[in-house]
Design a protein around this ligand. Sequence first.
Ligand code: FAD
Length: 348
Amino acid sequence: MASDQTTDQAEAAMPDWSAYRGVLIVVEQRDGVAKKVSWQLLGEGKKLAAKLDAPLMALVIGEGVAHLADEAVHYGADRVFLCEAPELRTYRTRPYSRVCLKLIEEAKPEIVLFGATATGRDLAGAIATHLPTGLTADTTQLDVEPPPSRLLLASRPAFSEKMMATILCKQYRPQMATARAGVFQALPKDTERQGEIVAIEAAMREEEIAAQVLDFLHETGKLNLEDAEIIVAGGRGLGGPEPFALLAELAEALGGVVGASRAAVDAGWIGHEHQVGQTGATVRPKLYFAIGISGAVQHTVGMSHADVVVAINKDEKAPIFQFAHYGMVGDLFKLVPAITQEVKNRRT
Ligand code: FAD
């Protein structure tokens, strides 16, 4: 009885958030190209907005990025706020967070979502601290409680990835979360789709911004697993670092990149940036080769959304075959060079 009373009192003390409505996705771009995670978040945001019977909004910030506002509509946004200014050409925490804070104050979204990228994490953290409100980082599942509570249910792995925790933000608005790339699915791009585009003012001067961007040093050959369309991944079955050269050759012939299981990474055969899975990257390529990988759940959570999975394993009972569209039972040292040769033959 006492605990019921406590709950009732807590509910009664809930602030009135009725002025806050809608789901806002903060679109991330560099050099006028959007990160795929932004469109994936619009796909997921659409479902949340439908359950809340609220609009799906997007915010595009930069210079010369009006085409991204149109693209956001094509990927599902009902209303896009577009903020363009020379000061916003490249990402800097202070000016970008100022634009977001002003828009949140005026548009009052109940949910704000960002990609869990280096930029998204920095921006979301700055905004949450300033408002202040709660921020759930690196979510892998999003849902909402239907009205009247309208609470965001932001879930993420917790306790060394052994269980899922669902985190609620009851006392503050907006409710904010970052989400990993490749977890959610973008809607098919509909270039006929119409939406509202609202230009908003940046209202800042360069002299007010302490940080200056002097130059960008582009890292050559930097691996981008999350955006890769073809991944050739290897595991403990490779037996050592050298056979990864076989996988690199196949990946190069296909125009893809090399991935790995944690077993291969932990053995020191390849860098962690190649790791796919629960504690690595979540990927959504068109084609995924799983070579000498058994198919542990911690690996498959990171790749099971691939359009086509090809598994190569000498053990016909390996769990990876349950996820594979095409399975080859045999020795990877014979099969991989043969496939690479076949791909090269077809290219010439
Ligand atoms: P194994 O399970 O040892 O499989 C090797 C496979 O190679 C076998 O199926 C074998 O039949 C096959 N093979 C051997 N020789 C050949 C050959 N010559 N030709 C063809 N096939 C051959 N794992 C991840 O991958 N990513 C993660 O992010 C991740 N996060 C984790 C987080 C936590 C908290 C924990 C506890 C574990 C995590 N793991 C992760 C580890 C995971 O549980 C597995 O241990 C790991 O995925 C196994 O890697 P593997 O499939 O390469 O190795």
